[in-house]
Design a protein around this ligand. Structure first.
Ligand SMILES: *Cc1c(COP(=O)(O)O)cnc(C)c1O
Length: 219
């Protein structure tokens, strides 16, 4: 199957309120262009420099989402153009994004990453840390960022019950935090292997890579 057919199939499965992020990490711009040509405008990358070089090459009406772990010293490279940063996992990082957004006279939308998976390797905050961040006075002073929701990654496992439990837990946290945070509108969860289950459990944004572009050779 080719990229345009994959996209068509996935789009036909997505309810209207769910946004598709085409995860194009490691793929050449030709592959992204093929998706662009059939209407895809949101692309997700997990390396800032790779995203920046694709941004330079590709049409300017693309929305670029940073879905990977972010190092603070690299925020400046994406601040001029990034449209959503999915994996904010500390207040320090949020402050750095605010600083660079201000330099660029922009407001950058962010999601807080919540750790729902068992794996030690996964990043993210717990509910208490996210709550503390969102209610702190220091947070309210940051005028050039908007936290518009949460992001989570389920454990990489065939155990559907476990993945379901993790999605449910994330949805619970999302619903609880949304009450105090009227800007919340995005719950980013679900990838190629689990997006259907994620959508059933409240996802409003899925990040799909290999089901669109085919398997990656690395990462
Ligand atoms: C790579 C990646 C995805 C997409 O994974 P697929 O299984 O290829 O759909 C989604 N989210 C994050 C954070 C990723 O790094």
């Amino acid at each position: 199957m080719c990229i345009s057919e994959n996209l068509k199939k996935i789009n036909s499965e997505l309810p209207e309120h769910v946004t598709l992020v085409a995860v194009s990490k490691t793929k050449p711009v030709e592959a992204l262009q093929e998706a662009y040509n059939v209407g895809q405008r949101i692309f997700g990358e997990n390396k800032i420099q790779e995203m920046e070089s694709k941004w330079r090459e590709m049409p300017k009406d693309i929305q670029w989402h940073m879905i990977g772990h972010v190092q603070r010293n690299k925020v400046k490279f994406m601040a001029p153009f990034v449209s959503l940063i999915h994996a904010v996992d500390s207040f320090k990082l949020l402050k750095e994004i605010n600083k660079e957004a201000l330099k660029n006279e922009r407001t950058i939308e962010c999601l807080l990453q919540i750790k729902i998976a068992e794996e030690e390797s996964k990043f993210g905050m717990n509910k208490e840390e996210a709550t503390n961040l969102l209610t702190s006075e220091e947070f309210k002073k940051l005028k050039n960022i908007k936290v518009v929701g949460l992001m989570g990654m389920a454990t990489f496992t065939d155990n559907k019950a476990q993945v379901l439990g993790e999605f449910q837990k994330l949805k619970e946290i999302y619903d609880a935090l949304k009450i105090q945070n009227p800007l919340f509108r995005i719950l980013s969860t679900g990838m190629s292997g689990d997006y259907a289950l994620a959508i059933k459990n409240g996802s409003t944004m899925v990040r799909v890579g290999s089901a669109i572009f085919g398997e990656r050779n690395y990462i």
